[in-house]
Design a protein around this ligand. Structure first.
Ligand SMILES: [Zn+2]
Length: 320
């Protein structure tokens, strides 16, 4: 099981978007990372997805602020700085426990890479940055149910980190995610594999570096939203061995890899929205579609983070 990749987070944002414009009536959940009570009576202002990161904007109703200003009343003790309840140094985020992530992980640079950290508020709303862990998800108007019994044999439903009840009567439930206030998304859509602004030239340039292809693909600075499942599948589709050096890839292979990254992600999103699964070629498979034995091993740079990788040594060419 993997952490949610771009297409999953895009689906979460599509579930949350219909609630934009509504007010948070009640807040629930188990998260201790932010003061959940502070979300109460804020307006859900906007929703954006950047790679594997989801950003929701909350603020006071602008009309409300204008109306109450002449009287200097209730709004006074309730500034957005207080809502964010962060000091100038920001907050240290606890790590999500994961079976797979043991080493340093680009994802853990949550605040530095994807977010402009707590800053001087200029706008009447603030962004809540969500980063999803293993089995992380968002559900609209339903709670997640237990998929299997736990070690004690109980069928205990997962407990949401955050539940937002809106004045329209519906609710959103967030599972296994880290949350932090920030002043806005700080990622470039030109690197987002699901963005219409994705820039092919930039992606090709990033691919042709003297690094392992399997590591470049997972680098969120260049392929935002691309995760381990997409990596395994598109390397197979492009007939490229995961340990190939980017700089040695033939131009055609690099272009094929970018094409497959875009096509696979949008197909995956499309399937998700239809409620359908995806058919994998090598990920978690024992044989490739041509019947060769698929190998499985943790691969990555010698000193860097290694990820479980599936590949077919017969179909995929090693460029070294
Ligand atoms: Zn094969």
């Amino acid at each position: 099981m993997e952490m949610p990749e771009g297409p999953s987070v895009k689906k979460f944002s599509l579930l949350a978007s219909p609630f934009v414009g509504q007010m948070v009536m009640e807040v629930g959940g188990s998260s201790k990372q932010i003061n959940l009570k502070n979300l109460k009576e804020l307006w859900f202002h906007d929703c954006q997805v950047h790679g594997k990161n989801l950003f929701l904007a909350f603020g006071f109703d602008e009309r409300e602020i204008v109306m109450s200003r002449p009287h200097e009343t209730e709004q006074e003790g309730r500034s957005l700085e207080k809502v964010m309840d962060t000091g100038r140094d920001g907050i240290v985020l606890p790590q999500i426990k994961s079976q797979e992530s043991k080493g340093p992980d680009a994802d853990n640079l949550l605040q530095d890479a994807d977010c402009t950290g707590p800053a001087v508020p200029e706008e009447p709303w603030r962004w809540l940055h969500f980063h999803f862990g293993l089995f992380g998800s968002v559900r609209a108007n339903e709670f997640a149910r237990a998929q299997r019994a736990n070690k004690k044999g109980d069928w205990k439903d997962p407990s949401p980190r955050l539940v937002l009840h809106f004045d329209g009567g519906g609710f959103l439930a967030f599972y296994n995610c880290r949350m932090a206030w920030c002043s806005g998304p700080n990622t470039k859509p030109t690197y987002d594999i699901l963005s219409v602004h994705f820039h092919r030239g930039q992606a090709l340039e990033a691919l042709c570096k003297p690094r392992l292809v399997c590591a470049i693909l997972l680098d969120q600075r260049y392929f935002s939203g691309l995760g381990n499942i997409i990596k395994n599948e598109i390397l197979y589709s492009s007939r490229i061995h995961p340990l190939s050096q980017g700089v040695l890839l033939p131009r055609k292979s690099a272009e094929s890899l970018v094409d497959h990254a875009l096509r696979f992600s949008s197909d995956w999103l499309h399937n998700k929205l239809q409620g359908q699964g995806l058919h994998y070629q090598v990920y978690m498979k024992e044989a490739c579609p041509l019947g060769h034995q698929v190998l499985k091993e943790s691969l990555g740079p010698r000193t860097g983070w290694k990820r479980l990788t599936w590949w077919c040594p017969d179909c995929q060419v090693l460029y070294t």
